[in-house]
Design a protein around this ligand. Sequence first.
Ligand SMILES: Nc1ncnc2c1ncn2[C@@H]1O[C@H](COP(=O)(O)OP(=O)(O)OP(=O)(O)O)[C@@H](O)[C@H]1O
Length: 318
Amino acid sequence: MSQAAFELQNVTKRFRRQTALDGVSFSGNSGEVIAILGENGAGKTTAINILLGKLKADDGSAHVLGLDSAVHSQEIRQQVGYVPDEPCLYDWMTVGETGWFASGFYPSGYYERFCDLMSEYRVPLDKKIKQLSRGMKAKVSLALSLAHEPGLLILDEPTSGLDPLVRREFLESMVRVAAEGRTVLLASHQVAEVERVADAVVIMIKGKLVMQARLEELKQSCCEVVLTGDITALDKQDLPGEVISQETSGSQQQWLFLNTNENELRNYFNQISGLIYEIRTPSLEDVLLRLLMSSREKSDEQAVSAKPEEATASSLAK
Ligand SMILES: Nc1ncnc2c1ncn2[C@@H]1O[C@H](COP(=O)(O)OP(=O)(O)OP(=O)(O)O)[C@@H](O)[C@H]1O
């Protein structure tokens, strides 16, 4: 049986009164690029830090490459490549010295592979880190995390602020790592980027897991329906699948359906008179963006409806 390359099981993490992760479970298999998609504060970095053993979960467990993150943090950090959003490099070192310094923590061959990667990314070894552009520093950080050929590469918002060409190089590296049978975990806000490289996506909103899905399956279970005419005849209880967004433009409505297919939708809409419909295949980027938006709206609604209860509880406590 194949083992997950990494796994969070029912993980909860609180920082004082802030719940950063609330019973979150997800996993990734070898040879895949898994993206965690979520807006600021969703809990992406916290999840990564728990996997790396940099933070301890209050509840639940985390495993990386078969090792318990709470116990084997040191070994995990040796076996994993980690690219943080802000590279942590010594300004006064040259690129070559940076690679040589890091090589002391890893088995032989690290420095040679680091130099090869720097040459591939066109970053001169004799340049001081302080002389490098943001994109070049990001490439040094990527080379440092790839040179020991890690079984799992974790990237936390690696391309924010980088130009399109550097972003492309980063994305290509991720695909290459996965093609070699290793695993990539990418935290990102960038829906288009995720669509291009990920095999599976984990969507998080405010510390909660909204869904983990394979992108190919997600794409196949989504349809957009453009409706013209009287929609009052629709029985919303009976709709095939789940409507994740509804947008009006002029006399038309665009509904995005999840967990359905074209045949089911045709069977349903053919029965409704006075309504013209057209079924389209949405782009994956559109689906991900609208899923993210609808999850946020649901989460905001839940927070609003929870407020009176909180008020009651606190007034009861007085
Ligand atoms: N050390 C900390 N102390 C207190 N609160 C924290 C700490 N680290 C994270 N948080 C809070 O936990 C929540 C999740 O933060 P986290 O950094 O994991 O989110 P994120 O999805 O990575 O966000 P971003 O995309 O902005 O990096 C946020 O509300 C954040 O303020």
